[in-house]
Ligand binder design. Structure first.
Ligand SMILES: NC(=O)c1ccc[n+]([C@@H]2O[C@H](COP(=O)([O-])OP(=O)(O)OC[C@H]3O[C@@H](n4cnc5c(N)ncnc54)[C@H](O)[C@@H]3O)[C@@H](O)[C@H]2O)c1
Length: 449
Protein backbone atom coordinates (compact mmCIF):
# COMPACT_ATOMS: atom_id res chain seq x y z
CA UNK A 1 0.00 0.00 0.00
CA UNK A 2 1.03 3.66 -0.38
CA UNK A 3 1.55 5.14 3.08
CA UNK A 4 2.51 8.58 4.41
CA UNK A 5 4.18 8.87 7.81
CA UNK A 6 4.04 12.28 9.49
CA UNK A 7 6.93 12.65 11.97
CA UNK A 8 10.22 10.81 11.45
CA UNK A 9 11.44 10.29 15.03
CA UNK A 10 12.12 6.88 16.57
CA UNK A 11 8.59 5.65 15.99
CA UNK A 12 7.91 7.26 12.61
CA UNK A 13 11.16 6.32 10.91
CA UNK A 14 11.17 2.79 12.31
CA UNK A 15 7.55 2.33 11.19
CA UNK A 16 8.36 3.69 7.74
CA UNK A 17 11.50 1.62 7.23
CA UNK A 18 9.90 -1.60 8.48
CA UNK A 19 6.73 -1.17 6.42
CA UNK A 20 8.85 -0.31 3.35
CA UNK A 21 10.93 -3.45 3.87
CA UNK A 22 7.67 -5.42 3.73
CA UNK A 23 6.79 -3.99 0.34
CA UNK A 24 4.74 -0.88 1.14
CA UNK A 25 5.61 2.43 -0.56
CA UNK A 26 6.41 5.01 2.09
CA UNK A 27 6.53 8.81 2.04
CA UNK A 28 8.04 10.15 5.28
CA UNK A 29 7.18 13.74 6.24
CA UNK A 30 8.99 15.94 8.74
CA UNK A 31 9.10 19.66 9.46
CA UNK A 32 12.87 19.57 10.02
CA UNK A 33 14.54 19.85 6.58
CA UNK A 34 17.90 18.46 7.88
CA UNK A 35 16.11 15.30 9.00
CA UNK A 36 14.51 14.91 5.59
CA UNK A 37 17.84 15.41 3.80
CA UNK A 38 19.56 12.94 6.13
CA UNK A 39 16.93 10.26 5.50
CA UNK A 40 17.12 10.71 1.72
CA UNK A 41 20.92 10.37 2.07
CA UNK A 42 20.34 7.04 3.88
CA UNK A 43 21.39 8.47 7.24
CA UNK A 44 19.41 7.84 10.45
CA UNK A 45 19.23 11.07 12.50
CA UNK A 46 19.54 9.13 15.80
CA UNK A 47 21.12 5.89 16.95
CA UNK A 48 19.04 2.74 16.59
CA UNK A 49 20.76 -0.61 15.95
CA UNK A 50 20.22 -1.99 12.44
CA UNK A 51 18.06 0.90 11.25
CA UNK A 52 20.73 2.53 9.05
CA UNK A 53 21.28 -0.69 7.06
CA UNK A 54 17.56 -1.16 6.48
CA UNK A 55 17.04 2.51 5.63
CA UNK A 56 19.82 2.33 3.09
CA UNK A 57 18.15 -0.60 1.32
CA UNK A 58 14.64 0.85 1.21
CA UNK A 59 15.84 4.26 0.01
CA UNK A 60 17.99 2.62 -2.67
CA UNK A 61 15.03 0.52 -3.87
CA UNK A 62 12.85 3.67 -3.87
CA UNK A 63 10.38 2.16 -1.41
CA UNK A 64 10.92 5.08 0.98
CA UNK A 65 11.67 8.73 0.52
CA UNK A 66 11.36 11.74 2.83
CA UNK A 67 9.90 15.18 2.19
CA UNK A 68 8.79 18.34 3.98
CA UNK A 69 5.83 18.55 1.60
CA UNK A 70 2.93 17.02 3.52
CA UNK A 71 0.34 17.59 0.78
CA UNK A 72 2.48 15.80 -1.79
CA UNK A 73 3.05 12.85 0.58
CA UNK A 74 -0.64 12.52 1.42
CA UNK A 75 -1.95 12.85 -2.10
CA UNK A 76 0.23 9.94 -3.21
CA UNK A 77 -0.92 7.73 -0.30
CA UNK A 78 -3.93 5.72 0.82
CA UNK A 79 -3.06 5.72 4.53
CA UNK A 80 -1.41 8.38 6.73
CA UNK A 81 0.18 7.60 10.08
CA UNK A 82 0.66 10.39 12.63
CA UNK A 83 3.85 9.73 14.63
CA UNK A 84 4.74 13.17 15.97
CA UNK A 85 5.85 13.68 19.57
CA UNK A 86 3.51 14.07 22.53
CA UNK A 87 5.84 15.56 25.15
CA UNK A 88 5.08 16.27 28.77
CA UNK A 89 3.63 19.65 29.68
CA UNK A 90 2.44 21.31 32.87
CA UNK A 91 -1.05 20.11 32.00
CA UNK A 92 0.19 16.51 31.60
CA UNK A 93 0.49 16.09 27.86
CA UNK A 94 1.38 18.56 25.11
CA UNK A 95 -0.95 17.79 22.20
CA UNK A 96 0.14 20.79 20.12
CA UNK A 97 2.19 18.70 17.64
CA UNK A 98 -0.74 16.33 17.21
CA UNK A 99 -3.11 19.27 16.65
CA UNK A 100 -0.83 20.89 14.07
CA UNK A 101 -0.34 17.60 12.20
CA UNK A 102 -4.08 16.79 12.25
CA UNK A 103 -4.96 20.27 10.98
CA UNK A 104 -2.40 20.02 8.15
CA UNK A 105 -3.55 16.52 7.21
CA UNK A 106 -7.16 17.73 7.21
CA UNK A 107 -6.33 20.44 4.65
CA UNK A 108 -4.26 17.99 2.61
CA UNK A 109 -7.28 15.67 2.41
CA UNK A 110 -9.01 18.34 0.28
CA UNK A 111 -6.60 17.29 -2.48
CA UNK A 112 -7.50 13.60 -2.15
CA UNK A 113 -10.46 12.14 -4.00
CA UNK A 114 -10.30 8.48 -2.84
CA UNK A 115 -11.02 7.08 0.62
CA UNK A 116 -8.09 7.88 2.92
CA UNK A 117 -7.33 6.39 6.34
CA UNK A 118 -5.65 8.48 9.06
CA UNK A 119 -3.99 6.48 11.83
CA UNK A 120 -2.84 8.04 15.09
CA UNK A 121 0.19 6.11 16.35
CA UNK A 122 1.52 8.65 18.84
CA UNK A 123 0.66 8.01 22.49
CA UNK A 124 -2.31 10.19 23.50
CA UNK A 125 -4.75 10.31 26.41
CA UNK A 126 -8.16 8.69 25.92
CA UNK A 127 -10.56 10.83 23.95
CA UNK A 128 -7.87 12.61 21.88
CA UNK A 129 -8.50 10.74 18.62
CA UNK A 130 -12.29 10.94 18.55
CA UNK A 131 -12.40 14.61 19.64
CA UNK A 132 -9.32 16.75 18.90
CA UNK A 133 -7.94 14.76 15.97
CA UNK A 134 -11.31 13.93 14.44
CA UNK A 135 -12.57 17.52 14.71
CA UNK A 136 -9.45 18.99 13.11
CA UNK A 137 -9.53 16.45 10.29
CA UNK A 138 -13.21 17.20 9.65
CA UNK A 139 -12.66 20.97 9.81
CA UNK A 140 -9.67 20.89 7.48
CA UNK A 141 -11.07 18.47 4.94
CA UNK A 142 -14.73 19.55 4.94
CA UNK A 143 -15.58 15.83 5.22
CA UNK A 144 -17.30 13.84 7.97
CA UNK A 145 -15.45 11.00 9.75
CA UNK A 146 -16.54 7.89 7.93
CA UNK A 147 -15.95 9.59 4.59
CA UNK A 148 -12.31 9.33 5.63
CA UNK A 149 -11.11 6.53 7.93
CA UNK A 150 -9.76 7.05 11.44
CA UNK A 151 -7.81 4.62 13.65
CA UNK A 152 -5.78 4.74 16.83
CA UNK A 153 -2.92 2.25 16.70
CA UNK A 154 -0.55 2.56 19.69
CA UNK A 155 3.08 1.57 19.25
CA UNK A 156 4.93 -0.62 21.74
CA UNK A 157 8.44 -0.70 20.26
CA UNK A 158 11.38 -0.10 22.56
CA UNK A 159 14.36 2.06 21.61
CA UNK A 160 17.42 -0.14 21.20
CA UNK A 161 15.36 -3.02 19.78
CA UNK A 162 12.93 -0.98 17.71
CA UNK A 163 13.16 -3.01 14.51
CA UNK A 164 12.79 -6.37 16.21
CA UNK A 165 9.87 -5.06 18.27
CA UNK A 166 8.10 -3.56 15.28
CA UNK A 167 8.57 -6.66 13.12
CA UNK A 168 7.61 -9.08 15.93
CA UNK A 169 4.83 -7.35 17.85
CA UNK A 170 3.18 -9.01 20.85
CA UNK A 171 -0.14 -7.66 19.60
CA UNK A 172 -1.52 -5.14 17.16
CA UNK A 173 -4.12 -2.88 18.73
CA UNK A 174 -6.52 -1.34 16.22
CA UNK A 175 -8.81 1.27 17.69
CA UNK A 176 -11.31 2.03 14.94
CA UNK A 177 -13.80 4.79 14.19
CA UNK A 178 -15.77 2.28 12.13
CA UNK A 179 -15.26 -1.16 10.65
CA UNK A 180 -13.99 0.12 7.30
CA UNK A 181 -11.22 2.07 9.08
CA UNK A 182 -10.14 -1.01 11.06
CA UNK A 183 -10.19 -3.31 8.05
CA UNK A 184 -8.11 -0.86 6.00
CA UNK A 185 -5.48 -0.72 8.74
CA UNK A 186 -5.59 -4.52 9.07
CA UNK A 187 -4.51 -4.66 5.37
CA UNK A 188 -1.35 -2.70 6.23
CA UNK A 189 -0.48 -5.27 8.90
CA UNK A 190 -1.60 -8.32 6.91
CA UNK A 191 1.75 -10.20 6.96
CA UNK A 192 2.17 -9.96 10.75
CA UNK A 193 1.54 -13.10 12.78
CA UNK A 194 0.25 -11.96 16.17
CA UNK A 195 -3.03 -11.36 18.00
CA UNK A 196 -5.03 -8.34 16.84
CA UNK A 197 -7.40 -6.39 19.04
CA UNK A 198 -10.11 -4.48 17.15
CA UNK A 199 -11.63 -2.08 19.63
CA UNK A 200 -12.77 1.47 20.34
CA UNK A 201 -10.43 4.39 19.80
CA UNK A 202 -10.41 5.10 23.53
CA UNK A 203 -9.60 1.52 24.53
CA UNK A 204 -6.64 1.64 22.14
CA UNK A 205 -5.45 4.87 23.73
CA UNK A 206 -5.89 3.49 27.26
CA UNK A 207 -4.16 0.16 26.50
CA UNK A 208 -0.89 1.96 25.76
CA UNK A 209 -1.03 3.92 29.04
CA UNK A 210 -2.02 0.90 31.08
CA UNK A 211 0.87 -1.13 29.63
CA UNK A 212 3.45 1.56 30.41
CA UNK A 213 1.96 2.31 33.84
CA UNK A 214 2.34 -1.38 34.77
CA UNK A 215 6.04 -1.42 33.81
CA UNK A 216 6.70 1.79 35.73
CA UNK A 217 4.86 0.37 38.75
CA UNK A 218 7.03 -2.75 38.78
CA UNK A 219 10.21 -0.66 38.74
CA UNK A 220 9.01 1.57 41.56
CA UNK A 221 7.85 -1.46 43.53
CA UNK A 222 11.38 -2.89 43.30
CA UNK A 223 12.87 0.47 44.24
CA UNK A 224 10.62 0.78 47.28
CA UNK A 225 11.86 -2.62 48.46
CA UNK A 226 15.42 -1.34 47.79
CA UNK A 227 14.75 1.73 49.95
CA UNK A 228 13.65 -0.59 52.77
CA UNK A 229 16.74 -2.79 52.36
CA UNK A 230 18.90 0.34 52.45
CA UNK A 231 17.82 0.87 56.08
CA UNK A 232 17.78 -2.80 57.10
CA UNK A 233 21.17 -4.35 57.94
CA UNK A 234 21.74 -7.85 56.56
CA UNK A 235 19.33 -7.45 53.68
CA UNK A 236 20.20 -7.08 50.02
CA UNK A 237 17.58 -6.10 47.45
CA UNK A 238 19.19 -8.26 44.76
CA UNK A 239 18.82 -11.39 46.84
CA UNK A 240 15.31 -10.37 47.86
CA UNK A 241 14.21 -9.78 44.26
CA UNK A 242 15.83 -13.05 43.13
CA UNK A 243 13.68 -14.76 45.74
CA UNK A 244 10.61 -12.97 44.38
CA UNK A 245 11.46 -13.88 40.76
CA UNK A 246 11.60 -17.58 41.60
CA UNK A 247 7.86 -17.67 42.24
CA UNK A 248 6.66 -20.00 39.48
CA UNK A 249 3.87 -17.59 38.64
CA UNK A 250 6.59 -15.12 37.61
CA UNK A 251 9.10 -17.57 36.16
CA UNK A 252 7.29 -20.79 35.24
CA UNK A 253 9.10 -24.11 34.94
CA UNK A 254 8.22 -25.74 31.62
CA UNK A 255 9.59 -29.21 30.76
CA UNK A 256 11.97 -28.92 33.69
CA UNK A 257 13.36 -25.60 32.47
CA UNK A 258 12.78 -22.28 34.19
CA UNK A 259 11.52 -19.57 31.83
CA UNK A 260 12.51 -16.00 32.67
CA UNK A 261 9.88 -13.72 31.15
CA UNK A 262 11.02 -10.24 30.06
CA UNK A 263 8.74 -8.68 32.66
CA UNK A 264 11.29 -9.73 35.31
CA UNK A 265 13.68 -7.10 33.88
CA UNK A 266 11.39 -4.52 35.48
CA UNK A 267 11.57 -6.22 38.87
CA UNK A 268 15.13 -5.17 39.77
CA UNK A 269 16.11 -2.17 41.86
CA UNK A 270 18.06 0.68 40.28
CA UNK A 271 18.37 4.45 40.20
CA UNK A 272 15.01 4.97 38.51
CA UNK A 273 13.38 4.72 35.12
CA UNK A 274 13.67 7.43 32.46
CA UNK A 275 13.31 7.69 28.71
CA UNK A 276 10.89 9.30 26.37
CA UNK A 277 7.91 7.19 27.41
CA UNK A 278 7.50 5.84 30.96
CA UNK A 279 7.79 9.09 32.97
CA UNK A 280 5.84 11.19 30.50
CA UNK A 281 3.10 8.60 30.01
CA UNK A 282 2.62 8.00 33.74
CA UNK A 283 2.46 11.76 34.27
CA UNK A 284 -0.03 12.20 31.42
CA UNK A 285 -2.26 9.52 32.93
CA UNK A 286 -2.04 11.14 36.38
CA UNK A 287 -3.08 14.49 34.92
CA UNK A 288 -5.86 12.82 32.95
CA UNK A 289 -7.12 11.16 36.16
CA UNK A 290 -7.12 14.44 38.09
CA UNK A 291 -8.99 16.24 35.33
CA UNK A 292 -11.71 13.63 35.84
CA UNK A 293 -11.58 13.99 39.65
CA UNK A 294 -9.96 10.59 40.18
CA UNK A 295 -6.95 10.65 42.53
CA UNK A 296 -4.30 8.33 41.01
CA UNK A 297 -2.84 7.18 44.35
CA UNK A 298 -0.77 4.37 42.89
CA UNK A 299 0.62 6.36 39.93
CA UNK A 300 1.47 9.29 42.23
CA UNK A 301 3.47 6.90 44.41
CA UNK A 302 5.17 5.36 41.35
CA UNK A 303 6.50 8.77 40.27
CA UNK A 304 7.37 9.92 43.80
CA UNK A 305 9.48 6.81 44.38
CA UNK A 306 11.12 7.20 40.97
CA UNK A 307 11.95 10.88 41.46
CA UNK A 308 13.82 10.07 44.69
CA UNK A 309 16.15 7.39 43.28
CA UNK A 310 18.84 9.43 41.43
CA UNK A 311 19.58 11.51 44.55
CA UNK A 312 20.63 8.36 46.40
CA UNK A 313 23.70 8.06 44.18
CA UNK A 314 24.82 11.61 44.90
CA UNK A 315 24.23 11.04 48.63
CA UNK A 316 26.29 7.83 48.59
CA UNK A 317 29.16 9.66 46.85
CA UNK A 318 29.04 12.48 49.38
CA UNK A 319 29.01 10.04 52.31
CA UNK A 320 31.96 8.13 50.85
CA UNK A 321 34.11 11.20 50.10
CA UNK A 322 33.03 13.54 52.90
CA UNK A 323 32.64 16.44 50.46
CA UNK A 324 32.09 16.57 46.72
CA UNK A 325 33.72 19.96 46.33
CA UNK A 326 36.28 19.65 43.49
CA UNK A 327 35.97 15.86 43.62
CA UNK A 328 36.34 14.27 40.20
CA UNK A 329 33.36 12.00 39.58
CA UNK A 330 33.25 9.61 36.63
CA UNK A 331 29.66 9.04 35.54
CA UNK A 332 29.40 5.75 33.66
CA UNK A 333 26.46 5.66 31.28
CA UNK A 334 24.23 8.61 30.39
CA UNK A 335 21.46 7.20 28.20
CA UNK A 336 18.26 6.22 29.99
CA UNK A 337 18.99 2.61 29.11
CA UNK A 338 21.68 0.63 27.25
CA UNK A 339 21.67 0.50 23.46
CA UNK A 340 20.31 3.97 22.74
CA UNK A 341 21.66 7.53 22.65
CA UNK A 342 18.40 8.90 24.06
CA UNK A 343 18.92 11.18 27.06
CA UNK A 344 15.29 12.14 27.52
CA UNK A 345 14.41 11.99 31.26
CA UNK A 346 17.58 9.99 31.90
CA UNK A 347 18.36 9.62 35.63
CA UNK A 348 21.99 10.40 34.67
CA UNK A 349 21.09 14.03 34.00
CA UNK A 350 19.59 14.38 37.48
CA UNK A 351 22.60 12.70 39.07
CA UNK A 352 25.00 15.00 37.17
CA UNK A 353 23.03 18.09 38.12
CA UNK A 354 23.13 17.14 41.81
CA UNK A 355 26.88 16.44 41.63
CA UNK A 356 27.58 19.79 39.93
CA UNK A 357 25.42 21.59 42.51
CA UNK A 358 27.71 20.12 45.19
CA UNK A 359 30.79 21.44 43.43
CA UNK A 360 31.98 18.18 41.87
CA UNK A 361 33.93 18.01 38.61
CA UNK A 362 32.00 15.65 36.35
CA UNK A 363 33.37 13.44 33.61
CA UNK A 364 31.18 11.11 31.61
CA UNK A 365 31.52 8.02 29.48
CA UNK A 366 28.79 6.38 27.42
CA UNK A 367 29.31 4.07 24.43
CA UNK A 368 26.61 5.88 22.42
CA UNK A 369 26.28 9.37 23.93
CA UNK A 370 29.12 11.78 23.24
CA UNK A 371 27.55 15.06 24.34
CA UNK A 372 24.62 16.58 26.18
CA UNK A 373 22.47 18.76 23.91
CA UNK A 374 22.91 22.50 24.55
CA UNK A 375 20.32 24.36 26.58
CA UNK A 376 19.80 21.74 29.30
CA UNK A 377 22.02 23.61 31.75
CA UNK A 378 25.12 21.44 31.30
CA UNK A 379 26.91 23.47 28.61
CA UNK A 380 30.70 23.04 29.05
CA UNK A 381 30.18 21.58 32.54
CA UNK A 382 30.72 17.90 31.73
CA UNK A 383 33.87 16.47 30.13
CA UNK A 384 33.13 13.58 27.78
CA UNK A 385 35.69 10.80 27.65
CA UNK A 386 36.17 8.24 24.89
CA UNK A 387 37.47 5.31 26.92
CA UNK A 388 37.06 3.75 30.38
CA UNK A 389 40.75 4.54 31.06
CA UNK A 390 40.25 8.22 30.28
CA UNK A 391 37.12 8.67 32.40
CA UNK A 392 38.48 6.84 35.44
CA UNK A 393 42.08 8.11 35.54
CA UNK A 394 42.65 10.22 38.70
CA UNK A 395 38.94 10.22 39.52
CA UNK A 396 37.67 10.13 43.09
CA UNK A 397 34.56 8.05 42.53
CA UNK A 398 32.86 6.23 39.67
CA UNK A 399 29.07 6.11 39.53
CA UNK A 400 27.31 3.59 37.27
CA UNK A 401 24.01 5.06 36.07
CA UNK A 402 23.20 3.09 32.89
CA UNK A 403 23.22 -0.73 33.02
CA UNK A 404 25.66 -1.48 30.18
CA UNK A 405 26.57 -5.17 30.59
CA UNK A 406 30.03 -4.51 29.11
CA UNK A 407 30.93 -2.41 32.16
CA UNK A 408 31.22 -5.69 34.07
CA UNK A 409 33.81 -6.95 31.53
CA UNK A 410 36.26 -4.09 32.07
CA UNK A 411 39.67 -4.71 33.67
CA UNK A 412 38.64 -3.15 36.96
CA UNK A 413 41.87 -4.00 38.77
CA UNK A 414 43.91 -1.84 36.38
CA UNK A 415 41.21 0.82 36.12
CA UNK A 416 40.85 1.15 39.90
CA UNK A 417 44.62 1.45 40.27
CA UNK A 418 44.46 4.56 38.10
CA UNK A 419 41.84 6.22 40.35
CA UNK A 420 42.69 8.70 43.10
CA UNK A 421 40.10 7.21 45.45
CA UNK A 422 38.96 3.71 44.61
CA UNK A 423 35.23 4.14 45.21
CA UNK A 424 32.66 2.57 42.90
CA UNK A 425 28.96 3.35 43.32
CA UNK A 426 26.80 0.98 41.32
CA UNK A 427 23.39 2.52 40.65
CA UNK A 428 22.28 -0.57 38.70
CA UNK A 429 23.95 -3.34 40.72
CA UNK A 430 25.58 -4.68 37.55
CA UNK A 431 29.13 -4.87 38.92
CA UNK A 432 28.29 -7.08 41.88
CA UNK A 433 30.19 -10.06 40.56
CA UNK A 434 33.40 -8.18 39.74
CA UNK A 435 36.27 -9.58 41.90
CA UNK A 436 37.14 -6.25 43.53
CA UNK A 437 40.72 -5.73 44.74
CA UNK A 438 40.92 -5.23 48.53
CA UNK A 439 41.54 -1.48 48.34
CA UNK A 440 38.35 -0.83 46.38
CA UNK A 441 35.22 0.33 48.14
CA UNK A 442 32.30 -1.06 46.14
CA UNK A 443 28.91 0.41 47.04
CA UNK A 444 25.83 -1.25 45.62
CA UNK A 445 22.29 0.00 46.06
CA UNK A 446 19.49 -1.66 48.02
CA UNK A 447 21.59 -2.68 51.03
CA UNK A 448 23.45 -1.17 53.96
CA UNK A 449 26.99 -0.54 52.70
N1 LIG B 1 10.33 6.58 21.36
C1 LIG B 1 9.73 5.47 21.74
O1 LIG B 1 10.37 4.51 22.18
C2 LIG B 1 8.24 5.34 21.63
C3 LIG B 1 7.65 4.07 21.76
C4 LIG B 1 6.26 3.96 21.65
C5 LIG B 1 5.47 5.10 21.45
N2 LIG B 1 6.08 6.31 21.37
C6 LIG B 1 5.22 7.49 21.13
O2 LIG B 1 5.31 7.79 19.74
C7 LIG B 1 5.25 9.22 19.55
C8 LIG B 1 6.48 9.70 18.79
O3 LIG B 1 7.61 9.45 19.60
P1 LIG B 1 9.11 9.61 19.05
O4 LIG B 1 10.00 9.18 20.15
O5 LIG B 1 9.21 8.95 17.72
O6 LIG B 1 9.16 11.20 18.86
P2 LIG B 1 10.34 12.09 18.31
O7 LIG B 1 10.30 13.34 19.08
O8 LIG B 1 11.60 11.29 18.23
O9 LIG B 1 9.90 12.40 16.79
C9 LIG B 1 8.84 13.22 16.45
C10 LIG B 1 9.10 13.78 15.04
O10 LIG B 1 7.94 14.43 14.57
C11 LIG B 1 8.35 15.59 13.83
N3 LIG B 1 7.19 16.50 13.72
C12 LIG B 1 6.63 17.27 14.68
N4 LIG B 1 5.57 17.94 14.18
C13 LIG B 1 5.45 17.59 12.88
C14 LIG B 1 4.55 17.93 11.83
N5 LIG B 1 3.54 18.77 11.99
N6 LIG B 1 4.75 17.37 10.61
C15 LIG B 1 5.77 16.51 10.41
N7 LIG B 1 6.64 16.14 11.36
C16 LIG B 1 6.50 16.68 12.59
C17 LIG B 1 9.53 16.11 14.61
O11 LIG B 1 10.33 16.97 13.86
C18 LIG B 1 10.24 14.78 14.97
O12 LIG B 1 11.14 14.41 13.95
C19 LIG B 1 5.09 9.82 20.94
O13 LIG B 1 3.73 9.99 21.21
C20 LIG B 1 5.66 8.74 21.85
O14 LIG B 1 5.11 8.77 23.14
C21 LIG B 1 7.43 6.46 21.44
Amino acid sequence: MRIAIVGTGYVGLTTGVCLASMGHEISCVDIVPERVTAINNKKVPFYEPGLAEMLSKVVASRRLYATTDLVEAITRSEVTFITVGTPQSNQGIDLSYIATAARQIGYALRHVSDYHLVVLKSTVVPGTTDTLVCNLLEEGSGLQAGEFGLCMNPEFLREGSAIHDFMNPDRIVIGQWDERSGQTLAEVYKPFDCPRIFTTLRNAEMIKYAANALLATLVSFSNEIAALCEVTPDTDVNVVMQGVHLDRRLSPVINGERIKPGILNFLWAGCGFGGSCLPKDVNALRAYARERTVTPYLLDAVMNINNKRPAILEKLAEEALGSLRRAIIAVLGLAFKPGTDDLRESPALTVIKLLLDRGAIVRAYDPFVTSIPPGLGFDNLVTFCNTPEEVLRDSDTAIVVTAYPEFAEWDWTTLCNSMRHQIIIDGRNILRKVPWPKKVRYIGIGRVN
